[in-house]
Design a protein around this ligand. Structure first.
Ligand code: MG
Length: 507
């Protein structure tokens, strides 16, 4: 087994072991069950690029890596800028995806309740919402495409369920939904409970047995004791929508091929706030007055080591008798049994000595450093959507239990800050950030935008193109190179540049 893993490690490309790559979206990875099923969505680039079949073909040329960007006559909300480029050959198709939408959140209204995942009808009533998403697929493009088509609709529908609370943000009273779906005041139900208890006592019966359902429901009691902010309601919506998207992919895999998995980074602007939800290793930063405000953290085997080790410790059967949850500074030789070695487990950030036992000879659950760190020698990101069939190479060990679909959500108050035309949110897949630091991105954007006509409708797209070129570099004899002669990013690269003042012109 260990040599098997070593072989897989030695041929690693990008975030995944190579099998499963070089497949169009119509073929699955690591799974016999989806063979012959149609793809959930055909391969394509984001609808807003409006590519002709010829341009779609052209976009897949690894040798020239053409930059795709918005056409001069097409507009995204807020003049959002967008650019993308395919990888240098690690997979046949561009496994990144993106979406940008303006949506309207509507309260579900009785029998006219909209069905989940309904396309937007164009009816511009309800709470307006802007959405941007970048998805970085691996081992196929199926999950990334499905998420780019559906996640924002799930978010819209979930928001609809709490719209009655969001519309009154000044001081939302502790209102909760009764079982019949109608809102009621918790204070009234408290009175109701007191009355019910009094009535029960009069009858000489146990009060608990007579309590109304609403009061015995622990969820509702929770609402009565805690103040739930509007922000935390939206955060809860985002967290649940990511989980629902992951479950939807799993469910639909019974009828369709949805290959691979994807990192998901989503930004939602609503009611004066910007919410950024991240599951994976894409990144978002705000650049305001040339200052960088990080809006996401990356989730990798290194950043999530203790969570993963703890799961391996609690449920060793998930390690398939092949891996150990312990970490050592290097692989241990059989001849070192009984000797002392530095280690750390799920409880530790630092290192300490332990005496090596037989179990420590197994392959480490987390192995490698930086971009080369892998969970069970297979995957380099620890949060995202999909990957339900992903297994350790040539084994029956599932990796999905170690992956989380739960995003971390950060909130930024748009209405409390004044923004100039050069203040932006930059969202990009790891292809952008692998070779360009946050500060370099901020400096480049600020320099570019300050030299660009503020009324130019293309300015943010040109800024996105400029960023992308900085990470891709130019093709020289020894591959794609940056001006510094360092290697450029060979990964797919996707960038949004979103002006934060954009909301001021919107109704
Ligand atoms: Mg990538």
């Amino acid at each position: 087994m260990i040599s098997k893993v070593k072989n897989a490690m030695s041929t690693l490309v990008g975030g995944m072991i190579p099998h499963g790559h070089h497949h169009p979206s119509g073929t699955g990875q690591n799974s016999g069950s989806s063979e012959g099923l149609p793809p959930r969505f055909p391969y394509g680039r984001p609808d807003f690029l409006d590519l002709t079949p010829e341009l779609l073909q052209y976009s897949t040329e690894h040798a020239s890596r053409p930059v795709l960007m918005l056409r001069r006559d097409s507009r995204l909300p807020w003049r959002t800028g967008y650019a993308e480029v395919i990888n240098a050959g690690k997979s046949m198709l561009n496994e990144d995806q993106a979406s940008c939408e303006k949506l309207f959140v509507k309260k579900p209204s009785g029998k006219h309740r909209s069905s989940p995942l309904q396309e937007d009808t164009g009816d511009a009533t309800g709470i307006p919402l802007h959405f941007w998403g970048v998805y970085d697929g691996h081992a196929g493009s199926g999950a990334a495409i499905a998420a780019s088509k559906l996640l924002h609709r799930l978010i819209r529908d979930r928001l609809g369920e709490v719209a009655h609370l969001l519309e009154n943000p000044a001081s939302p009273p502790p209102i909760c939904l009764a079982k019949n779906g109608s809102p009621y005041q918790a204070t009234e139900s408290k009175k109701g409970a007191a009355a019910a208890a009094a009535a029960a006592q009069q009858q000489g019966e146990g009060a608990a047995a007579e309590e109304p359902d609403a009061i015995s429901d622990p969820t509702i009691r929770y609402h009565m004791e805690k103040v739930v902010s509007m922000e935390s309601l939206v955060m809860g919506v985002l967290e649940n929508a990511f989980r629902q998207m992951d479950e939807l992919i799993e469910k639909e895999k019974a009828s369709y091929t949805i290959s691979g998995g994807c990192c998901a980074l989503a930004a939602v602007q609503m009611l004066g706030k910007l919410y950024v939800a991240n599951a994976g290793d894409s990144r978002a930063i705000i650049i305001r007055n040339d200052e960088v405000i990080p809006m996401s953290n990356e989730f990798t085997p290194e950043s999530e080591r203790q969570r993963l080790q703890y799961l391996g410790f609690l449920r060793p059967e998930l390690l398939g008798n092949e891996f150990t949850h312990m970490e050592f500074p290097r692989r241990i030789q059989h001849s070192e049994l009984g000797k002392k070695m530095l280690f750390r487990d799920h409880t530790m950030t630092g290192w300490a000595y332990r005496t090596i036992v037989e179990d420590d000879l197994k392959f480490p659950l987390i192995y490698g450093e930086g971009k080369k760190a892998r969970v069970m020698a297979t995957i380099g990101v620890t949060r995202g959507l999909g990957d339900h069939d992903l297994k350790v190479y040539n084994s029956n060990i599932h990796i999905k239990p170690f992956l989380s679909c739960c995003p971390e959500v950060k909130v930024y108050d748009l209405s409390e800050n004044k923004h100039g035309p050069d203040d932006v949110l930059v969202m990009g897949t790891d292809g952008l950030w692998d070779v360009t630091t946050d500060q370099e991105v901020a400096d480049a954007v600020s320099t570019f935008l300050s030299g660009c006509d503020p009324s130019d409708p293309m300015r943010y797209t040109l800024a996105a193109q400029d960023l992308l070129m900085r990470s891709r570099g130019v093709l020289k004899e020894r591959g794609w190179r940056l001006p510094s002669d360092r290697l450029g990013s060979g990964d797919d690269i996707t960038v949004f540049v979103i002006p934060l003042a954009g909301h001021e012109g919107e109704t």
